[in-house]
Design a protein. Sequence first.
Length: 370
Amino acid sequence: MALPAPDPARGARRLLDWFAANARELPWRRTRDPYAILVSEVMLQQTRVDTVVPAFLRWMDRFPDIPSLAKAGQEEVLKAWEGLGYYSRALNLQRAARLILEHHGGQLPREDESLLALPGVGRYTAGAVQSLAFDLPREAIDGNVERVLCRLLDLETPAKDRRSQARFRKHIRGMMAENSPRSVSEALMELGALVCLPRNPRCNGCPFEGDCLARQRGTVLDRPVPGKRMPARAIQAVFGILTDGRRIFLQKRPPEGLMANLWEFPGGKLEEGESPRKALRRELFEELGIRSREEEKVGTLRHSYTRFIVTLHVFLVRVEDASGVPAPGKMTGRPSGWFTPLEARGLPMPAANAKIMSRWVEGLESDAEI
Ligand code: SF4
């Protein structure tokens, strides 16, 4: 016998009762300020809630509104983002703040077109701001919400499939028809985060238990159906901690592209058939015009990005004469300099470089010998 499709209105009532009793206290839930909600949503992309909470509080303390963010220096913005990764999100937030000041009188717009025109704002973020801040009937479908709805509706298509997305939108709009869109959005996200967990869903305490098709058909752990996934690519890279005994050498990444404007150690990817030591020597010569002979391997670390996994070979390179780095006449086109460990700690860095700092450089006082 075919099971009846879950009724959105009835499900929404149960969901909202559950949310009223179980919602977590999160700082962005205490406000309806669209800017604060935008900041929290951007921070929460690919980052865990417990990492975001202190970062959000720090950020709002430092940049409490759109004008303060728009006017801040880029270095300060990057520094405030440290620990969250994916730094382009911070730069996009600042660009968005400037555009909002320039074109929308400093107020975050509500309409699809204006919101989606802001840098870093995609369909999910726009829907989250519209529903959470403005209480407009717009869906905010993140990975948690996808999982809940794939199970509730027992979808046999992957979550990203356009047929699934159309079913999600229809069901959520049905839930919002007679209820506050803000509450429906928040509650769905919370249910995905606390109850409808990927591997151990807590169906017994779930407000959808009676309606959930996957629960009734015994397909919960088969939903969502996985989509096609590209395997993560393995990359080998090398970094050199250049030191004159007291300071280390860092250079700034280019102003465009991946991890723009962050400070890093010199180095780069290994070429085919190249050993890490040989790659370091080549990179130091190409980037800085210096010939290294006595580098010492200090360790290896692994760092994962969304689409690749990097094995980083880290060397210590002692430099007799810091004024010769970069080599005189070498035009690197990138700001660079020598910093004590204390000074370097104040610079925004990509996560892998920050790991190198904490593992092999930090712990030393600013005037200590390295
Ligand atoms: S009943 Fe279980 S599978 Fe269905 S929505 Fe609730 S927690 Fe998820």
